[in-house]
Write a protein that binds this ligand. Structure first.
Ligand code: ANZ
Length: 804
């Protein structure tokens, strides 16, 4: 009987003692870097969703080692961040202590799953040795104008006591905790990711990533080409610009709308409309951008009392404010063309504003017409299609200094300040004379000071302000200064950890350039689709900045990306609050890690979201127990000398074995683990029928199954008499000649009617085929009394007999 508890522990100890998975750096071998999205070590430990992606990368890592690659397969901890801090606060603990405990628990769980990580390279983003380089990169960004301070409208969460990035808002609430957010202006550190917008877009084209993730990134970057057009305010010296992707519809602009936050509003609103305007501004303060731009919501807005002059025809159009125009996009102002824009149409309908068609087509009595058509009511644009009209109006605007072609992005600069304790200190000092300086590079890391009171202050200041000894500094000339008290978001540390794994103990550099050249870019990166935008965009940006600094050799960090699906419980996401979490510890106890790994890979395609089946691990355990009985009890392979093996299967086992090697190898490369497992099962069925099987096949099979069920395969490998770990077993190869069908079924027709069939060796001689066809009793019946005129043989398929 196979005892998973004993055997799994035995091999986990063996691997650790022998450093089996230490990254080899043999210069004669090719390198392969396979990476998991490192986890946030929460207090909840792993649930069965985690091992899905981790098992997938582990299988690939183990196969690549067997195939003779140097494999880099590291693991670490995304260890700063809000949830730990919240938890520490609620339980009165130190987040550093909580984090350490959580990491220990995660690591224990990962090891119980038998993952082949090189723990020599373990890292945690909250380790000063690590964040020294996070801070160093921030300083390089600052020196290159990529990090700056700005008063910006930000998403303030009073419940979390911090600002959250646009990317961290889901359905208008904070992703963590689902708290409401409020827009307010605040001085923030920002990273100029917008400078990289075009490169972040262009780079996507050459990456082997799921198309939907690329599309989400493209949409998030949101490049649109249009024009910026200047409108004068009537009876005033003020002007404002609008951004429009449809400057060709300028003759159809019947009103203009400013974002309520637009600085022009207080300057141009007339006395009669002041109260109404201010009341409206107050009312929309707490709405998120997402709520404001929701297409389904009824439009709201108020008239400012002011008018603008349309530059193309000098028409006076009313200026409104409305929340569907965002302060943070384009210029925070639009020219409204209700005839051809859906949102403007609804707004115009609601407030009885004129609707003027400038494109022929549709029925604007019913809805906005957004399609193609010749221009009408548009003077010199009449008759032109959209593309030509755009060119013409842009030329006209440029000529009349009333506007210009303009490219706009939805992407905003990255809000980089968090008003919280548990993060990397931003290495900056604000001096009393107004100067801002960086902490000198040789003083990095700027260590996060120990604090006992980490409650958010409720103001834009972080709890670090209370640590007066740390905050207050004096330079050698007696000038007084204060340290920046905001910390970095936890996206900072996770934006470059893949680089540090390459050279994790380097105290002089972020990582050695030559080593980076050897390992980067990551060959395969697997993680959850929830990181589609944020982490992957930030990491690409961070890497590009380092590339421009000459610190890293590749512009793109992740060549191939794959997202695993979710493991659901009764069609629902597993979560502690729903009480439907399956703990891998329990499953491993009962069925073993190998069974759990195999079940998670057998559930379905890796990218599908599938319901957890409590009976699943039991069924894969049953299969593994069969493998054990077959190789350890039934087939005494060790005692059979190789040359005495007779294949008693007429070549069937030969063919199935070679097919199995081919399919499993290709499926592992394609991450199609469920079909690979099916094929392994086909082999076991065939092997069970055989009286004996060649040792080569037995060992090949064990090597193929080892990446999925490493503990049991190590044990069998040892029983087979090997002294080295199965990790280093040579990956089996297959003989393409053996894949070919050896027998074929041949149909026999007499005068065009099917009268019989028989099995024959493939490519049998034509004369022999004819002979066998003619000798079939059923065929002879139809030939009796007739003369055979002709026999046509279609090789390996049909024998056609013409008789009269
Ligand atoms: C006039 C117009 C006529 C527009 C028409 C569209 C169709 P994307 O593709 O997203 O870039 N817009 C500009 N700034 C805005 C803001 N701050 N808040 C809300 N809407 C804004 O869309 C650009 C279009 O969205 C712009 O083109 C503008 O409306 C609107 F038949 O201008 B358009």
């Amino acid at each position: 009987m196979y005892n998973h508890k004993v055997v799994e522990k035995k091999w986990q100890d063996y691997w650790e003692k022998n450093q089996t998975f230490k990254t080899s750096t043999d210069s004669k071998k090719k390198n392969y870097y396979v990476l998991d999205m490192f986890p946030f070590p929460s207090g909840k430990g792993l649930h069965v969703g985690h091992p899905e992606g981790y098992t997938a990368t582990d299988i690939v890592a183990r196969m690549k080692r067997s195939q003779g690659y140097n494999v880099l397969h590291p693991m670490g901890w995304d260890a700063f961040g809000l949830p730990t801090e919240q938890y520490a606060l609620q339980t009165g603990q130190d987040p550093a202590v909580v984090t350490k405990e959580n990491i220990a628990n995660f690591k224990r769980q990962l090891n119980k799953l038998g993952f082949s990580y090189d723990w020599n390279r373990e890292l945690a983003t909250c380790d000063p040795k690590y964040y020294k380089w996070t801070q160093w990169t921030f300083e390089q960004m600052y020196k290159n104008g990529l990090a700056y301070e700005a008063e910006a409208p930000v998403n303030w969460s009073p419940d979390l006591g911090t600002v959250v990035a646009n990317e961290d808002i889901v359905d208008g609430k904070t992703e963590r905790g689902g708290y409401p957010i409020y827009r307010r202006n605040m001085k923030q550190w920002m990273l100029r990711i917008t400078k990289y917008a075009d490169r972040l877009l262009a780079g996507l084209d050459n990456l082997d990533w799921p198309e939907n993730i690329k599309e989400m990134q493209r949409n998030w970057i949101g490049r649109s080409v249009g024009a910026q057009i200047t409108f004068k305010v009537k009876d005033s010296t003020e002007t404002f610009d609008v951004f429009s992707t449809r400057p060709d519809t300028l003759f159809g602009a019947t009103y203009a709308v400013l974002a309520p936050e637009n600085k022009l509003v207080p300057k141009i609103m007339t006395a009669g409309h002041k109260n109404e305007v201010n009341a409206y501004i107050k009312q929309i303060e707490s709405k998120s951008d997402l709520e404001r731009t929701d297409l389904n919501k009824t439009k709201t807005g108020v008239f400012t009392g002011a008018y603008a002059i349309n530059p193309v025809n000098n028409e006076e159009i009313p200026i409104w404010i409305a929340d569907y125009v965002l302060a943070s996009y384009g210029t925070g102002a639009v020219m409204a063309v209700p005839a051809h824009d859906t949102r403007d149409y609804e707004f115009a309908r609601k407030f009885n504003l004129p609707i003027k068609a400038v494109i022929k087509g549709g029925d604007i009595a019913q809805e906005a017409y957004t399609g193609e058509g010749p221009h009408i009511n548009s003077d010199f644009l009449n008759g032109l299609n959209i593309e030509d009209a755009k060119k013409k109006i842009v030329a006209w605007l440029e000529e009349h200094h009333a506007g210009e072609q303009k490219v706009n992005y939805k992407l905003r600069d990255w809000e980089f300040s968090r008003q919280r304790y548990w993060g990397e200190p931003i290495p900056v000092i604000h001096w009393e004379d107004g100067e801002t300086t960086l902490v000198p590079e040789d003083e990095l890391p700027l260590v996060l000071p120990h604090a006992t009171d980490i409650k958010p202050s409720g103001t834009p200041e972080s709890p670090l302000v209370n640590l007066k000894d740390w905050v207050n500094v004096v330079d050698k000339n007696g000038r007084k200064g204060k340290r920046e008290t905001n910390t970095m978001p936890n996206w900072a540390g996770s934006s470059w950890y893949f680089l540090r794994f390459v050279d994790p103990h380097n105290d002089n550099k972020l990582a050695d350039y030559e080593l980076l050249q050897k390992w980067m870019p990551v060959d395969l990166y697997i993680g959850g689709a929830e990181h589609a935008v944020r982490h992957l965009l930030y990491a690409r940006f961070w890497n590009m900045v380092l590339y421009d600094l000459g610190v890293v050799p590749n512009e793109e960090p992740f060549q191939r990306l794959y997202n695993q699906g979710l493991i659901l419980k009764d069609h629902d996401k597993m979560s502690k609050s729903k009480g439907n979490v399956v703990n891998p510890d329990d499953v491993i106890d009962e069925y073993g890690a190998d069974s759990l790994r195999m079940y998670e890979m057998f559930m379905g395609p890796l990218d599908a979201s599938i319901d957890w089946d409590d009976n699943g691990p039991a069924s894969t355990k049953k299969f593994l127990d069969r493998v054990w009985r077959l190789f350890v009890n039934d087939l005494d392979l060790k005692s059979i000398p190789q040359e005495n093996i007779v294949d008693e299967n007429d070549g069937t086992l030969d063919k199935i074995y070679n097919e199995t090697v081919k399919k499993v190898t290709e499926d592992f490369d394609d991450l199609h683990f469920n079909t690979a497992i099916s094929q392994l099962m086909v082999f076991i069925n065939a092997a069970q029928k055989a009286k004996t099987i060649p040792k080569e096949y037995a060992e090949g099979f064990i090597t193929l199954l080892a990446p999925i069920a490493p503990h049991m395969m190590e044990e069998i490998w040892q029983i087979f008499g090997h002294e080295e770990s199965v990790t280093f077993a040579k990956w089996p190869s297959y003989d393409p000649a053996k894949l070919v069908e050896t027998t074929v079924e041949i149909m026999v027709q007499v005068n065009g009617k099917l009268r019989g069939n028989f099995k024959a060796a493939k490519d049998m001689a034509q004369e022999e085929v004819k002979k066998q066809a003619l000798s079939l009793p059923h065929v002879q019946k139809f030939l009796s009394g007739k003369e055979i005129k002709k026999v046509i043989v279609v090789p390996n398929k049909i024998v056609n007999i013409v008789a009269k």
